[in-house]
Design a protein. Structure first.
Length: 311
């Protein structure tokens, strides 16, 4: 755990595996919202800290009244989401996170209002709850008073397949299945929480780009296997070359052990930026089928983009 998490003593528990939809009396089910994971520390004020240990108070001032939603002090786990027409808008959320000007942030609150969706509670009235089963922790959230910008995640029992089918029809990201008796393991990736997604997605290091026609770029993607950066294909990015150069330093050295085939004209970048790519499936060779750029991430480093050895 890093500095802010060390100060507070908590870090987010992470989802450990993916599966197909299933029904079970041993699990509860929640919608998986497409947002930014965040811990909210609520006392006489609110502090919002994301998975990368970054304080988000300046970016989301409309969420700084969270502490008024509970009668006692608390540490909440949840997701920051921007909704448009009743559905999460990840790109709008990303724009919010990149703003630094207080004036622009105030304007963005009007067009891209953020909501904090609470799905767990780690501490209440000074008492650590991480050693309690999930269902007991959920009971503590019954005193949470919802507001315009803060709501509790709705819990569904047993019918995971039905909920998953509904999220498919609504074009939502998917669902999360959680063992009812699971304890909260700070900073650990645990198989007690299972994600069931409609579209698969993965995080990749941006290693370079190829200039295509009409200022369209194709990002070159990589993931680490141990200390070696492995080429993992490409995805189209509809922004200008100049904008990308501003974000990342160009290098003459290919970051892969060997230059990928047909990439002799690629412009190589130091692998600093991380992007999330949605795709239908992977080919036998590991290439992505129908890849679509979901967005960039500031809460993850390139070194954390690793090949899933279970595939």
């Amino acid at each position: 755990m890093s500095d802010l998490f060390d100060q507070h003593g908590y870090a987010p528990m992470l989802i450990g595996r993916s599966e197909e939809a299933f029904d079970s009396e041993d699990y509860l089910y929640e919608i998986k919202w497409d947002g930014t994971r965040c811990l909210a520390y609520c006392s006489d004020h609110t502090e919002l800290i994301n998975k990368r240990d970054k304080l988000l108070n300046d970016q989301f001032p409309e969420l700084l009244t969270l502490h008024r939603c509970l009668p006692k002090s608390a540490v909440l786990d949840g997701e920051i989401v921007v909704f448009h027409d009743g559905k999460p808008d990840f790109y709008a959320l990303q724009r919010r996170e990149m703003l630094r000007s207080a004036f622009r942030i105030r304007l963005a609150q009007e067009s891209d209002l953020a909501t904090f969706i609470v799905f767990d509670i780690l501490e209440y009235n000074g008492k650590d709850l991480t050693g309690l089963p999930l269902v007991k922790r959920k009971e503590k959230l019954k005193s949470f008073k919802e507001s315009e910008t803060a709501v509790c995640s709705r819990v569904y029992l047993y019918e995971g397949e039905k909920l998953y089918a509904w999220t498919q029809r609504q074009n939502l990201e998917g669902i999360v299945a959680k063992e009812k008796n699971s304890l909260y393991q700070c900073g650990r990736r645990t198989s007690s929480w299972i994600k069931i997604k409609n579209l698969k997605d993965e995080d990749f290091a941006v290693c370079g780009y190829i200039q295509k026609e009409r200022n369209v770029l194709s990002l070159v993607l990589g993931q680490y296997q141990g200390k070696t950066l492995v080429y993992k294909g490409h995805v189209t990015l509809g922004v200008s070359e100049a904008l990308l150069k501003k974000k990342l330093p160009v290098t003459a050295i290919c970051p892969f052990p060997e230059t990928p085939k047909n990439h002799e004209q690629a412009v190589w970048l130091k692998p600093k930026l991380v992007c999330t790519v949605k795709y239908m499936d992977k080919t036998a060779a590991g290439s992505l089928r129908q890849p679509v750029l979901k967005g960039f991430r500031e809460d993850k480093t390139a070194k954390e983009c690793k090949i899933d050895e279970s595939e």
